[in-house]
Design a protein around this ligand. Structure first.
Ligand SMILES: *Cc1c(COP(=O)(O)O)cnc(C)c1O
Length: 229
């Protein structure tokens, strides 16, 4: 599959796998402890198929409607897929999201946590949940503020009975990444959370070095997107 940059999706994937293996080895981590989440947002099913055929099973999408169109068909042909929601979730889409996704990485406010708790109780489904932390405290960005994270996680667990398995962050554009990755790791540690979703195409090696268990990689595999969000 030739992507828009004229590159090759399988060559991109091979390169990402190699970078990931080297990053793990450089910091003496077990490669098996880092999951590659292939971010397939904006790309059609035909572009995703070769990556599935090459053995990848963990994918990230940022829109419920788009995932609903692409993934039921792909799942039928490729069993064992784990689909992660990595984009903002509106409360009126919670029912569909719980049906479609195995992991919701963007739990970012009490209203959404409440809606997820209600839908999990109603449906009996239990997607894994990560809390998104706005590590840069950017006003336009989703996520719980770092200083509010402990209380929010406790509220999800104690009042709503939600299991919070992971934390996720998207550091601010153009800033050093390491303080953000380190901050996320620190919040996870004191809340006894094992899963850290951090690092994208440009910086996943650094994220691995700072403890990422999940890296979310789109462009380096699939090529450039024409839509940005
Ligand atoms: C698009 C997206 C990614 C992938 O970014 P790339 O730079 O293309 O690897 C990762 N995480 C989130 C939340 C995204 O929206």
């Amino acid at each position: 599959m030739v992507n828009e940059t004229g590159g090759d999706t399988l060559a991109g994937l091979a390169d990402v796998r190699q970078r990931l293996a080297r990053a793990a080895s450089d910091c003496e981590r077990d490669l098996a402890d880092v999951t590659l989440v292939c971010v397939s947002k904006t790309f059609p099913a035909e572009a995703i198929e070769p990556v599935l055929a090459a053995g990848e099973r963990v994918f990230g999408e940022n829109r419920v409607q788009e995932a609903k169109q692409k993934w039921p068909g792909l799942r039928e042909r490729f069993p064992g897929v784990s689909l992660h929601l990595i984009g903002p979730l509106q409360t009126n889409k919670v029912k569909e999201a719980v049906e479609l996704f195995d992991v919701i990485e963007t739990v970012d406010r009490p209203k959404l946590a409440e809606a997820l708790a209600a839908e999990c109780a109603r449906s009996g489904k239990r997607p894994k949940l990560y809390v998104e932390v706005n590590t840069g405290a950017e006003p336009q960005k989703a996520g719980i503020l770092p200083q509010e994270a402990d209380a929010f996680i406790a509220d999800c667990r104690n009042r709503l009975g939600l299991e919070i398995e992971g934390l996720m962050c998207i550091p601010p554009e153009g800033e050093q990444r390491s303080p953000h990755f380190a901050l996320l790791a620190e919040i996870a540690k004191r809340n006894h959370i094992r899963v850290l979703s951090m690092g994208m195409s440009a910086d996943f090696e650094l994220a691995v070095q700072l403890g990422a268990t999940h890296v979310r990689v789109g462009t380096a595999i699939f090529g450039h997107r024409t839509r940005t969000a």
